[in-house]
Design a protein around this ligand. Sequence first.
Ligand SMILES: NC(=O)c1ccc[n+]([C@@H]2O[C@H](COP(=O)([O-])OP(=O)(O)OC[C@H]3O[C@@H](n4cnc5c(N)ncnc54)[C@H](OP(=O)(O)O)[C@@H]3O)[C@@H](O)[C@H]2O)c1
Ligand SMILES: *[C@@H]1O[C@H](CO)[C@@H](O)[C@H](O)[C@H]1NC(C)=O
Ligand SMILES: *[C@@H]1O[C@H](CO)[C@@H](O)[C@H](O)[C@H]1NC(C)=O
Ligand SMILES: CC(=O)N[C@H]1CO[C@H](CO)[C@@H](O)[C@@H]1O
Length: 375
Amino acid sequence: MSITPSAASVSSVKTVSVAIVGVGLVGSEFISQLLSFPKPNHFRIVSISSSKINAFDPFGFDFSSHSDWQSYLTSSPSRLNIHELIRELSNLVHPGSDVILVDNTSSDDVAGLYPTFLRAGINVITPNKKAFSSDWDLYEKILAASLESGSRFLNESTVGAGLPIISTLKDLVATGDKVTKIEGVFSGTMSYIFNNFSTGEPGGPSFSDVVSVAREKGYTEPHPADDLNGADVARKLTILSRTIPALRAALPEGYKSVQTTSLIPAELEGIKTGDEFLAKLPEFDARFDKMRAEAAQEKQVLRYVGVIDVASGLIKADLEKYPVTHPFATSLGGSDNIVMFHTERYGARPLIVQGAGAGAAVTAMGVMSDLLKLV
Ligand SMILES: NC(=O)c1ccc[n+]([C@@H]2O[C@H](COP(=O)([O-])OP(=O)(O)OC[C@H]3O[C@@H](n4cnc5c(N)ncnc54)[C@H](OP(=O)(O)O)[C@@H]3O)[C@@H](O)[C@H]2O)c1
Ligand SMILES: *[C@@H]1O[C@H](CO)[C@@H](O)[C@H](O)[C@H]1NC(C)=O
Ligand SMILES: *[C@@H]1O[C@H](CO)[C@@H](O)[C@H](O)[C@H]1NC(C)=O
Ligand SMILES: CC(=O)N[C@H]1CO[C@H](CO)[C@@H](O)[C@@H]1O
Protein backbone atom coordinates (compact mmCIF):
# COMPACT_ATOMS: atom_id res chain seq x y z
CA MET A 1 0.00 0.00 0.00
CA SER A 2 1.19 3.56 -0.42
CA ILE A 3 0.69 6.37 2.05
CA THR A 4 0.86 9.97 0.95
CA PRO A 5 0.80 12.39 3.85
CA SER A 6 0.48 16.10 3.16
CA ALA A 7 3.73 18.03 3.37
CA ALA A 8 2.18 20.07 6.19
CA SER A 9 2.04 17.04 8.47
CA VAL A 10 5.82 16.99 8.74
CA SER A 11 6.17 20.69 9.49
CA SER A 12 6.66 20.38 13.26
CA VAL A 13 9.98 19.14 14.59
CA LYS A 14 8.50 16.46 16.81
CA THR A 15 10.31 13.13 16.68
CA VAL A 16 8.61 9.87 17.38
CA SER A 17 10.75 6.94 18.47
CA VAL A 18 9.12 3.63 17.67
CA ALA A 19 9.93 0.38 19.48
CA ILE A 20 8.53 -2.83 18.03
CA VAL A 21 8.17 -5.98 20.09
CA GLY A 22 7.30 -9.05 18.04
CA VAL A 23 8.32 -9.37 14.42
CA GLY A 24 6.23 -12.11 12.86
CA LEU A 25 3.58 -11.51 10.23
CA VAL A 26 2.08 -8.28 11.51
CA GLY A 27 5.29 -6.89 13.01
CA SER A 28 7.29 -7.40 9.81
CA GLU A 29 4.60 -5.92 7.62
CA PHE A 30 4.28 -2.95 9.98
CA ILE A 31 8.05 -2.27 9.81
CA SER A 32 7.86 -2.44 6.05
CA GLN A 33 4.94 0.02 5.93
CA LEU A 34 6.78 2.36 8.31
CA LEU A 35 9.96 2.26 6.22
CA SER A 36 7.93 3.00 3.07
CA PHE A 37 6.47 6.14 4.64
CA PRO A 38 7.59 9.18 2.60
CA LYS A 39 10.61 11.00 4.04
CA PRO A 40 11.28 13.26 5.80
CA ASN A 41 8.93 12.10 8.52
CA HIS A 42 8.68 12.08 12.30
CA PHE A 43 9.43 8.44 12.81
CA ARG A 44 12.59 6.61 13.72
CA ILE A 45 12.81 2.98 14.70
CA VAL A 46 14.88 2.69 17.89
CA SER A 47 14.17 -0.86 18.96
CA ILE A 48 13.18 -4.16 17.39
CA SER A 49 12.64 -7.29 19.46
CA SER A 50 11.70 -10.86 18.88
CA SER A 51 10.75 -12.97 21.86
CA LYS A 52 14.46 -13.55 22.53
CA ILE A 53 16.65 -10.90 20.89
CA ASN A 54 16.60 -7.12 21.07
CA ALA A 55 18.32 -4.60 18.82
CA PHE A 56 18.39 -1.07 20.21
CA ASP A 57 19.75 2.23 18.87
CA PRO A 58 18.69 5.39 20.73
CA PHE A 59 19.37 7.53 17.64
CA GLY A 60 17.28 5.35 15.35
CA PHE A 61 18.47 2.70 12.93
CA ASP A 62 19.64 3.81 9.55
CA PHE A 63 18.48 0.98 7.34
CA SER A 64 19.78 1.02 3.79
CA SER A 65 17.14 -1.38 2.55
CA HIS A 66 13.76 -2.59 3.77
CA SER A 67 14.96 -6.02 4.76
CA ASP A 68 18.00 -4.68 6.61
CA TRP A 69 16.27 -4.76 9.97
CA GLN A 70 16.26 -8.54 9.93
CA SER A 71 20.05 -8.74 9.82
CA TYR A 72 20.36 -6.04 12.53
CA LEU A 73 18.15 -8.17 14.70
CA THR A 74 19.72 -11.55 14.03
CA SER A 75 23.25 -10.17 14.51
CA SER A 76 22.40 -8.34 17.74
CA PRO A 77 24.09 -9.83 20.79
CA SER A 78 21.44 -8.54 23.24
CA ARG A 79 18.79 -10.79 24.67
CA LEU A 80 15.40 -9.19 25.21
CA ASN A 81 14.98 -7.90 28.75
CA ILE A 82 11.72 -6.05 28.74
CA HIS A 83 12.34 -4.10 31.97
CA GLU A 84 15.68 -2.95 30.58
CA LEU A 85 13.89 -1.92 27.39
CA ILE A 86 11.38 0.14 29.39
CA ARG A 87 14.30 1.95 31.11
CA GLU A 88 16.08 2.65 27.81
CA LEU A 89 12.90 3.88 26.17
CA SER A 90 11.89 6.11 29.08
CA ASN A 91 15.25 7.92 28.69
CA LEU A 92 14.11 8.98 25.21
CA VAL A 93 10.91 10.65 26.45
CA HIS A 94 11.27 14.45 26.31
CA PRO A 95 9.03 17.34 25.31
CA GLY A 96 8.81 17.15 21.51
CA SER A 97 10.10 13.60 21.55
CA ASP A 98 7.52 10.87 21.89
CA VAL A 99 8.13 7.18 22.35
CA ILE A 100 5.75 4.52 21.13
CA LEU A 101 5.73 0.82 21.85
CA VAL A 102 4.14 -1.37 19.19
CA ASP A 103 3.27 -4.76 20.66
CA ASN A 104 2.67 -7.30 17.93
CA THR A 105 2.89 -10.29 20.22
CA SER A 106 -0.03 -12.25 21.56
CA SER A 107 1.78 -12.38 24.88
CA ASP A 108 0.07 -11.95 28.24
CA ASP A 109 3.41 -10.94 29.76
CA VAL A 110 3.93 -7.96 27.48
CA ALA A 111 0.28 -6.93 27.88
CA GLY A 112 0.64 -7.12 31.67
CA LEU A 113 3.42 -4.52 31.47
CA TYR A 114 1.37 -1.87 29.62
CA PRO A 115 0.74 0.05 32.87
CA THR A 116 4.52 0.17 33.44
CA PHE A 117 5.20 1.37 29.89
CA LEU A 118 2.49 4.03 30.16
CA ARG A 119 3.69 5.31 33.53
CA ALA A 120 7.19 5.60 32.04
CA GLY A 121 5.73 8.00 29.48
CA ILE A 122 5.69 5.48 26.64
CA ASN A 123 2.60 5.34 24.39
CA VAL A 124 1.31 1.88 23.53
CA ILE A 125 -0.20 0.74 20.23
CA THR A 126 -1.32 -2.83 19.96
CA PRO A 127 -3.21 -5.38 17.88
CA ASN A 128 -2.84 -7.74 20.88
CA LYS A 129 -6.25 -8.44 22.38
CA LYS A 130 -4.94 -9.81 25.67
CA ALA A 131 -4.73 -6.67 27.80
CA PHE A 132 -8.14 -5.25 27.11
CA SER A 133 -10.10 -8.48 27.16
CA SER A 134 -8.78 -10.02 30.36
CA ASP A 135 -9.51 -9.15 33.98
CA TRP A 136 -11.11 -5.84 34.83
CA ASP A 137 -8.18 -5.25 37.15
CA LEU A 138 -5.57 -5.01 34.38
CA TYR A 139 -7.93 -2.93 32.27
CA GLU A 140 -8.39 -0.42 35.12
CA LYS A 141 -4.64 -0.28 35.73
CA ILE A 142 -4.07 0.55 32.08
CA LEU A 143 -6.71 3.28 32.11
CA ALA A 144 -5.33 4.75 35.35
CA ALA A 145 -1.72 4.66 34.13
CA SER A 146 -2.75 6.37 30.90
CA LEU A 147 -4.71 9.07 32.74
CA GLU A 148 -1.94 9.73 35.26
CA SER A 149 0.89 9.91 32.76
CA GLY A 150 -0.91 11.36 29.77
CA SER A 151 0.57 8.53 27.69
CA ARG A 152 -1.89 7.10 25.23
CA PHE A 153 -2.80 3.58 24.25
CA LEU A 154 -4.46 2.76 20.97
CA ASN A 155 -6.15 -0.48 20.20
CA GLU A 156 -8.03 -0.06 16.90
CA SER A 157 -6.55 -3.17 15.33
CA THR A 158 -7.59 -5.50 18.16
CA VAL A 159 -11.04 -5.88 16.61
CA GLY A 160 -11.47 -6.37 12.87
CA ALA A 161 -7.76 -5.74 12.15
CA GLY A 162 -7.69 -2.59 9.93
CA LEU A 163 -11.48 -2.15 9.81
CA PRO A 164 -12.80 0.94 11.63
CA ILE A 165 -14.80 -0.89 14.27
CA ILE A 166 -13.57 0.48 17.61
CA SER A 167 -13.27 3.99 16.19
CA THR A 168 -16.81 3.80 14.78
CA LEU A 169 -18.15 2.64 18.13
CA LYS A 170 -16.23 5.35 19.98
CA ASP A 171 -17.63 8.02 17.64
CA LEU A 172 -21.18 6.75 18.11
CA VAL A 173 -20.78 6.83 21.89
CA ALA A 174 -18.94 10.17 21.99
CA THR A 175 -21.55 11.96 19.88
CA GLY A 176 -24.35 10.79 22.16
CA ASP A 177 -25.96 8.15 19.96
CA LYS A 178 -27.39 5.23 21.91
CA VAL A 179 -26.09 1.85 20.81
CA THR A 180 -28.82 -0.75 21.28
CA LYS A 181 -27.20 -3.82 19.74
CA ILE A 182 -23.98 -4.89 18.05
CA GLU A 183 -24.00 -8.08 16.04
CA GLY A 184 -21.28 -9.44 13.81
CA VAL A 185 -18.94 -12.04 12.43
CA PHE A 186 -15.77 -11.10 14.32
CA SER A 187 -13.44 -13.99 13.63
CA GLY A 188 -11.78 -14.28 10.23
CA THR A 189 -11.32 -17.97 10.85
CA MET A 190 -14.95 -18.66 11.80
CA SER A 191 -16.03 -16.49 8.90
CA TYR A 192 -14.01 -18.53 6.40
CA ILE A 193 -15.23 -21.84 7.88
CA PHE A 194 -18.95 -21.03 7.80
CA ASN A 195 -18.95 -19.02 4.56
CA ASN A 196 -17.65 -22.21 3.01
CA PHE A 197 -19.56 -24.77 5.05
CA SER A 198 -23.04 -23.25 5.06
CA THR A 199 -24.26 -21.57 1.87
CA GLY A 200 -27.99 -22.24 2.23
CA GLU A 201 -27.77 -25.57 0.39
CA PRO A 202 -28.65 -28.68 2.41
CA GLY A 203 -25.38 -30.43 1.46
CA GLY A 204 -21.76 -29.46 0.82
CA PRO A 205 -18.27 -30.23 2.08
CA SER A 206 -17.98 -31.82 5.51
CA PHE A 207 -17.18 -29.65 8.52
CA SER A 208 -13.90 -31.44 9.17
CA ASP A 209 -12.83 -30.96 5.53
CA VAL A 210 -13.53 -27.24 5.70
CA VAL A 211 -11.57 -26.91 8.94
CA SER A 212 -8.65 -28.88 7.46
CA VAL A 213 -8.52 -26.68 4.37
CA ALA A 214 -8.70 -23.56 6.53
CA ARG A 215 -5.74 -24.82 8.52
CA GLU A 216 -3.73 -25.67 5.40
CA LYS A 217 -4.31 -22.13 4.16
CA GLY A 218 -3.01 -20.73 7.45
CA TYR A 219 -6.37 -19.24 8.46
CA THR A 220 -6.56 -21.10 11.75
CA GLU A 221 -4.27 -21.35 14.72
CA PRO A 222 -1.92 -24.37 14.55
CA HIS A 223 -4.42 -26.11 16.84
CA PRO A 224 -7.87 -25.43 15.30
CA ALA A 225 -9.52 -25.89 18.71
CA ASP A 226 -8.03 -22.51 19.66
CA ASP A 227 -10.34 -20.96 17.05
CA LEU A 228 -13.33 -23.26 17.48
CA ASN A 229 -13.59 -22.58 21.22
CA GLY A 230 -14.98 -19.09 20.50
CA ALA A 231 -12.58 -17.36 22.91
CA ASP A 232 -11.26 -15.01 20.22
CA VAL A 233 -14.79 -13.75 19.55
CA ALA A 234 -15.43 -13.45 23.30
CA ARG A 235 -12.29 -11.31 23.63
CA LYS A 236 -13.42 -8.98 20.85
CA LEU A 237 -16.88 -8.68 22.43
CA THR A 238 -15.22 -7.76 25.73
CA ILE A 239 -13.24 -4.98 24.08
CA LEU A 240 -16.40 -3.56 22.45
CA SER A 241 -18.59 -3.93 25.55
CA ARG A 242 -16.11 -1.98 27.65
CA THR A 243 -16.41 0.89 25.21
CA ILE A 244 -20.20 1.12 25.77
CA PRO A 245 -20.88 3.14 28.94
CA ALA A 246 -23.82 0.98 30.10
CA LEU A 247 -21.74 -2.20 29.80
CA ARG A 248 -18.38 -0.85 30.93
CA ALA A 249 -18.20 -3.11 33.96
CA ALA A 250 -20.47 -5.90 32.71
CA LEU A 251 -17.65 -8.43 32.27
CA PRO A 252 -15.57 -8.56 35.46
CA GLU A 253 -13.51 -11.50 34.25
CA GLY A 254 -13.24 -10.22 30.72
CA TYR A 255 -13.74 -12.76 27.96
CA LYS A 256 -14.37 -15.51 30.51
CA SER A 257 -17.57 -13.71 31.53
CA VAL A 258 -18.95 -13.79 27.96
CA GLN A 259 -21.58 -16.47 27.34
CA THR A 260 -19.62 -18.51 24.80
CA THR A 261 -20.63 -21.61 22.84
CA SER A 262 -17.61 -23.71 21.93
CA LEU A 263 -17.74 -25.71 18.70
CA ILE A 264 -15.28 -28.27 20.04
CA PRO A 265 -17.14 -31.56 20.51
CA ALA A 266 -16.99 -32.40 24.24
CA GLU A 267 -15.29 -35.71 23.39
CA LEU A 268 -12.39 -33.83 21.74
CA GLU A 269 -11.86 -31.37 24.58
CA GLY A 270 -8.25 -31.29 25.76
CA ILE A 271 -6.66 -33.09 22.78
CA LYS A 272 -3.02 -31.97 22.72
CA THR A 273 -2.11 -31.60 19.06
CA GLY A 274 -3.88 -30.08 16.09
CA ASP A 275 -3.13 -33.15 13.97
CA GLU A 276 -4.77 -35.53 16.41
CA PHE A 277 -7.73 -33.18 16.74
CA LEU A 278 -8.25 -33.07 12.98
CA ALA A 279 -7.91 -36.83 12.69
CA LYS A 280 -10.86 -37.29 15.08
CA LEU A 281 -13.02 -34.38 13.93
CA PRO A 282 -14.68 -36.38 11.06
CA GLU A 283 -16.45 -38.53 13.69
CA PHE A 284 -18.57 -35.48 14.45
CA ASP A 285 -19.35 -34.36 10.92
CA ALA A 286 -22.88 -35.78 11.10
CA ARG A 287 -23.82 -33.28 13.83
CA PHE A 288 -22.73 -30.34 11.76
CA ASP A 289 -24.36 -31.81 8.63
CA LYS A 290 -27.65 -32.05 10.51
CA MET A 291 -27.50 -28.43 11.66
CA ARG A 292 -26.68 -27.29 8.15
CA ALA A 293 -29.56 -29.30 6.63
CA GLU A 294 -32.03 -28.00 9.22
CA ALA A 295 -30.95 -24.43 8.57
CA ALA A 296 -31.19 -24.91 4.79
CA GLN A 297 -34.73 -26.24 5.15
CA GLU A 298 -35.66 -22.94 6.84
CA LYS A 299 -33.79 -21.05 4.07
CA GLN A 300 -31.12 -20.05 6.57
CA VAL A 301 -27.34 -20.29 6.91
CA LEU A 302 -25.16 -20.94 9.95
CA ARG A 303 -22.81 -18.19 11.13
CA TYR A 304 -20.65 -17.99 14.24
CA VAL A 305 -21.42 -14.53 15.58
CA GLY A 306 -20.92 -12.25 18.51
CA VAL A 307 -23.91 -10.36 19.89
CA ILE A 308 -24.05 -7.51 22.39
CA ASP A 309 -27.60 -6.66 23.40
CA VAL A 310 -27.31 -3.49 25.42
CA ALA A 311 -30.81 -3.38 26.96
CA SER A 312 -30.76 -6.93 28.30
CA GLY A 313 -27.01 -6.91 28.97
CA LEU A 314 -26.69 -10.18 27.04
CA ILE A 315 -23.20 -10.63 25.59
CA LYS A 316 -22.72 -13.92 23.73
CA ALA A 317 -20.62 -15.74 21.16
CA ASP A 318 -22.67 -18.45 19.48
CA LEU A 319 -23.57 -20.32 16.31
CA GLU A 320 -26.74 -18.71 14.94
CA LYS A 321 -28.99 -19.01 11.91
CA TYR A 322 -29.59 -16.14 9.48
CA PRO A 323 -31.92 -15.96 6.46
CA VAL A 324 -30.17 -16.55 3.12
CA THR A 325 -31.05 -12.93 2.23
CA HIS A 326 -29.34 -11.47 5.32
CA PRO A 327 -26.04 -9.56 4.82
CA PHE A 328 -24.24 -12.17 6.98
CA ALA A 329 -25.27 -14.72 4.31
CA THR A 330 -24.96 -12.67 1.12
CA SER A 331 -22.06 -10.28 1.51
CA LEU A 332 -19.28 -12.26 3.16
CA GLY A 333 -16.40 -13.86 1.28
CA GLY A 334 -13.11 -15.38 2.37
CA SER A 335 -12.32 -14.46 5.95
CA ASP A 336 -14.27 -11.17 5.96
CA ASN A 337 -15.55 -9.64 9.16
CA ILE A 338 -18.88 -7.83 9.28
CA VAL A 339 -20.27 -5.76 12.14
CA MET A 340 -23.74 -4.22 12.41
CA PHE A 341 -24.27 -1.34 14.79
CA HIS A 342 -27.92 -0.89 15.75
CA THR A 343 -28.38 2.53 17.32
CA GLU A 344 -31.13 5.01 18.05
CA ARG A 345 -30.01 7.39 15.30
CA TYR A 346 -29.50 4.71 12.66
CA GLY A 347 -32.93 3.29 13.48
CA ALA A 348 -34.13 0.36 11.40
CA ARG A 349 -31.18 0.50 8.98
CA PRO A 350 -28.06 -0.36 10.98
CA LEU A 351 -24.58 1.00 10.31
CA ILE A 352 -22.52 -1.80 8.77
CA VAL A 353 -18.73 -2.16 8.58
CA GLN A 354 -17.43 -5.01 6.47
CA GLY A 355 -14.19 -6.21 4.87
CA ALA A 356 -11.08 -8.28 5.39
CA GLY A 357 -10.78 -8.76 9.14
CA ALA A 358 -7.49 -10.61 9.19
CA GLY A 359 -4.19 -10.71 7.38
CA ALA A 360 -0.87 -9.01 7.98
CA ALA A 361 -1.28 -6.13 5.52
CA VAL A 362 -4.62 -4.89 6.88
CA THR A 363 -3.71 -5.46 10.53
CA ALA A 364 -0.46 -3.55 10.11
CA MET A 365 -2.48 -0.80 8.41
CA GLY A 366 -4.66 -0.57 11.55
CA VAL A 367 -1.51 -0.25 13.67
CA MET A 368 -0.04 2.32 11.26
CA SER A 369 -3.20 4.44 11.36
CA ASP A 370 -3.06 4.41 15.18
CA LEU A 371 0.54 5.60 14.90
CA LEU A 372 -0.51 8.52 12.70
CA LYS A 373 -3.10 9.55 15.33
CA LEU A 374 -0.22 10.20 17.73
CA VAL A 375 1.60 12.82 15.64
N1 LIG B 1 -2.90 -11.69 11.93
C1 LIG B 1 -3.99 -10.97 12.00
O1 LIG B 1 -4.72 -10.89 11.04
C2 LIG B 1 -4.32 -10.19 13.23
C3 LIG B 1 -5.46 -9.33 13.22
C4 LIG B 1 -5.77 -8.57 14.35
C5 LIG B 1 -4.99 -8.71 15.47
N2 LIG B 1 -3.93 -9.56 15.48
C6 LIG B 1 -3.15 -9.66 16.67
O2 LIG B 1 -1.82 -9.39 16.38
C7 LIG B 1 -1.01 -10.18 17.22
C8 LIG B 1 -0.18 -11.06 16.39
O3 LIG B 1 -1.04 -11.85 15.49
P1 LIG B 1 -0.60 -13.18 14.75
O4 LIG B 1 -1.08 -13.10 13.38
O5 LIG B 1 0.81 -13.48 15.07
O6 LIG B 1 -1.46 -14.31 15.45
P2 LIG B 1 -1.34 -15.85 15.10
O7 LIG B 1 -1.20 -16.57 16.37
O8 LIG B 1 -0.41 -16.09 14.01
O9 LIG B 1 -2.88 -16.11 14.61
C9 LIG B 1 -3.37 -16.78 13.41
C10 LIG B 1 -4.57 -15.97 12.98
O10 LIG B 1 -4.76 -16.10 11.60
C11 LIG B 1 -5.85 -15.28 11.38
N3 LIG B 1 -6.38 -15.34 10.03
C12 LIG B 1 -7.61 -15.67 9.61
N4 LIG B 1 -7.75 -15.49 8.30
C13 LIG B 1 -6.58 -15.03 7.86
C14 LIG B 1 -6.12 -14.62 6.59
N5 LIG B 1 -6.89 -14.59 5.54
N6 LIG B 1 -4.85 -14.22 6.50
C15 LIG B 1 -4.06 -14.18 7.57
N7 LIG B 1 -4.46 -14.52 8.80
C16 LIG B 1 -5.71 -14.94 8.95
C17 LIG B 1 -6.85 -15.64 12.44
O11 LIG B 1 -7.39 -14.39 12.86
P3 LIG B 1 -8.81 -14.13 13.56
O12 LIG B 1 -9.48 -15.45 13.75
O13 LIG B 1 -8.46 -13.44 14.81
O14 LIG B 1 -9.54 -13.22 12.67
C18 LIG B 1 -5.95 -16.31 13.50
O15 LIG B 1 -6.11 -15.79 14.75
C19 LIG B 1 -1.90 -11.00 18.09
O16 LIG B 1 -2.09 -10.35 19.31
C20 LIG B 1 -3.16 -11.04 17.28
O17 LIG B 1 -4.26 -11.25 18.12
C21 LIG B 1 -3.59 -10.30 14.38
C1 LIG C 1 -15.09 -24.06 -0.19
O1 LIG C 1 -13.69 -24.41 -0.26
C2 LIG C 1 -13.38 -25.27 -1.35
C3 LIG C 1 -11.93 -25.68 -1.19
O2 LIG C 1 -11.07 -24.56 -1.09
C4 LIG C 1 -13.68 -24.55 -2.65
O3 LIG C 1 -13.41 -25.41 -3.74
C5 LIG C 1 -15.15 -24.12 -2.67
O4 LIG C 1 -15.40 -23.37 -3.82
C6 LIG C 1 -15.49 -23.30 -1.43
N1 LIG C 1 -16.91 -23.01 -1.44
C7 LIG C 1 -17.40 -21.83 -1.09
C8 LIG C 1 -18.88 -21.69 -1.15
O5 LIG C 1 -16.69 -20.89 -0.72
C1 LIG D 1 -9.05 1.40 23.63
O1 LIG D 1 -8.23 2.52 23.79
C2 LIG D 1 -8.91 3.73 24.13
C3 LIG D 1 -7.89 4.80 24.27
O2 LIG D 1 -7.39 5.15 23.02
C4 LIG D 1 -9.68 3.59 25.42
O3 LIG D 1 -10.44 4.75 25.66
C5 LIG D 1 -10.59 2.41 25.32
O4 LIG D 1 -11.19 2.21 26.56
C6 LIG D 1 -9.81 1.19 24.91
N1 LIG D 1 -10.71 0.11 24.80
C7 LIG D 1 -10.53 -0.94 25.49
C8 LIG D 1 -11.65 -1.89 25.53
O5 LIG D 1 -9.51 -1.17 26.06
C1 LIG E 1 1.63 -11.49 13.58
C2 LIG E 1 2.95 -11.34 14.16
O1 LIG E 1 3.70 -10.51 13.72
N1 LIG E 1 3.26 -12.13 15.16
C3 LIG E 1 4.59 -12.20 15.69
C4 LIG E 1 4.79 -11.21 16.81
O2 LIG E 1 6.07 -11.42 17.37
C5 LIG E 1 6.31 -12.73 17.84
C6 LIG E 1 7.61 -12.73 18.55
O3 LIG E 1 8.67 -12.36 17.70
C7 LIG E 1 6.27 -13.70 16.68
O4 LIG E 1 6.53 -15.01 17.12
C8 LIG E 1 4.91 -13.63 16.07
O5 LIG E 1 4.84 -14.45 14.93
